[in-house]
Design a binder for this molecule. Structure first.
Ligand code: AMP
Ligand code: GLY
Length: 428
């Protein structure tokens, strides 16, 4: 089978490495992939948002199955385009991808179907939004409606900060049309859990849970990033909480999307907060998370391609989906300065025996050498019987990787290890 994976980050590298395990896979094309992915797939220099070129390439090459990993092409409708050309895909169509593409849509969906989430108001008028934060309880959370590279969320601790956030989104168009509408919501507190789930619209099978570390600095300080590291499972996510989420969040979301004639097929990502009043949805993503995928897929014991095709064909109920009960940890190595300004073009050295545990993101080939080309450069993942050992192994790997201006957080997993009251390792 000829497989095409759209995207070019660590998540896509993890997906590609897992797909390779299936003997039916003959070729994997990554669009655009990256210099590190080139060791495991044929990289084709077509951007993930270039729907025309991707579709033309897939038809010309005779692609048998496509995996669309990033949010942008899903929200733009790449799956609809490929399916129209007769190419089966993993990923939601445009109507379903709106669950991530519009926060206003997802909040209204949760409200309509009684799915627990933060209280909210939606505004398309800036003056009304500014007036609202005059007496909203603080802190207050301001979110751009559309996609914003994970940066469209501001937790405002003062009214001035909230007003600045609203103006930057609605007036200065910091995130373009994504800020035409804003969602202003209640600030929630509690441990965060990421749960990715396979669904074909009839069956919902959650994968092992994980914990992301979104802030750039140790101790959860500094700017929000795409994610600086992950651990799985998430020790806060006990079997009891998992059962509650299944009943109150996961299945109701699947049914709500069906009822709206927006059946979701693919990987649905639930960003949850375990508040004192129960688990609530912080966000939905219409795709695998990054770097969550870099700890979740290494724990998958069954075959990814078989699961994906079962989702596409609506046979997920029959699929074999099994996760190991081990722990995984991933530490992201970034370019110093990320997510703001950083330099690139530095040569990357990764020891040969570590390569199987490394997922490349911002890496490019230049004159036959691998060099840094982005903010998040790579992730080092380790799997072990305990979280402590997985973290130790991941950091051992990190210390063997070299490139100039490398930056990584030194406290990935600390909060998970300290999980008060719940024995680490009991997560699911
Ligand atoms: P999002 O892009 O919606 O996942 O938001 C990014 C991050 O902002 C989340 O991972 C949370 O840490 C934080 N966040 C978003 N919404 C809220 C909220 N209502 N209350 C507290 N924190 C939030
Ligand atoms: N790690 C968060 C995300 O993929 O959106």
């Amino acid at each position: 089978m000829k497989i095409m994976v759209v995207g070019g980050g660590g998540r896509e590298h993890a997906i590609i490495k897992k797909l390779r395990e299936n003997p039916k896979v003959s070729e994997i094309y990554a669009l655009p992939g990256n210099g590190g992915i080139a060791a495991d797939a044929q990289c084709v220099p077509i951007g993930a948002k270039d729907l025309d070129a991707i579709t033309a390439f897939a038809v010309k090459t005779g692609i048998d199955y496509a995996v669309v990993a990033p949010d942008d092409p899903l929200v733009l409708g790449l799956v609809d385009r490929l399916e129209f050309m007769g190419i089966p895909c993993f990923g939601p169509n445009r109507r379903a991808a709106i669950i991530e593409g519009s926060k206003a849509f997802s909040k209204e969906l949760m409200h309509k179907y009684g799915i627990p989430t933060a209280e909210y108001r939606i505004f398309d008028d800036m003056d009304a939004a500014l007036g609202y934060v005059d007496d909203a309880p603080l802190p207050v959370v301001v979110k751009a409606d559309g996609l914003a590279l994970g940066k469209g969320v501001i937790i405002a601790r003062s009214r001035e900060e909230a007003r600045d956030a609203i103006r930057s989104m609605m007036q200065d168009k910091l995130f373009g049309a994504s800020g035409d509408k804003v969602v202003i919501e209640e600030f929630l507190e509690g441990p965060e859990v990421s749960v990715l789930a396979f669904t074909d619209g009839k069956t919902m099978i959650p994968m092992v849970s994980s914990m992301d570390h979104k802030r750039a600095g140790d101790g959860d300080t500094g700017l929000n990033t795409g994610g600086m590291g992950t651990v799985a499972p998430n020790p806060y996510y006990t079997p009891e909480i998992a059962a509650e989420c299944m009943e109150k969040i996961f299945l109701p979301t699947m049914r709500a999307m069906n009822a709206e004639d927006r059946t979701f097929k693919g990987c649905l990502y639930f960003g949850l907060m375990l508040t004192p009043r129960g688990p609530k949805v912080i966000e939905y993503n219409c795709r695998f998370g990054d770097p969550e995928t870099q700890v979740v897929l290494p724990l998958l014991e069954s075959d990814l391609l078989d699961i994906m095709t079962a989702v596409t064909e609506g046979r997920l109920a029959e699929a074999d989906v099994r996760f190991s009960d081990k722990n995984a940890a991933c530490v992201i190595m970034a370019s110093k300065g990320y997510p703001a300004k950083y330099e690139k073009g530095f040569e990357i050295y990764v020891p040969e025996d570590l390569k199987k545990n490394v997922y490349f993101a911002g890496a490019a080939l230049k004159d036959g050498k691998l060099v840094t080309s982005g903010g998040r450069v790579l992730g080092v993942t380790a799997v072990a019987d305990t979280l402590e050992n997985a973290l130790e192994k991941a950091y051992e790997g990190v210390f063997c990787v070299c490139f100039d201006n490398a930056y990584f957080r030194r406290d990935i997993g600390r909060r998970a290890l300290e999980a008060g009251g719940i024995q680490p390792g009991q997560g699911v």
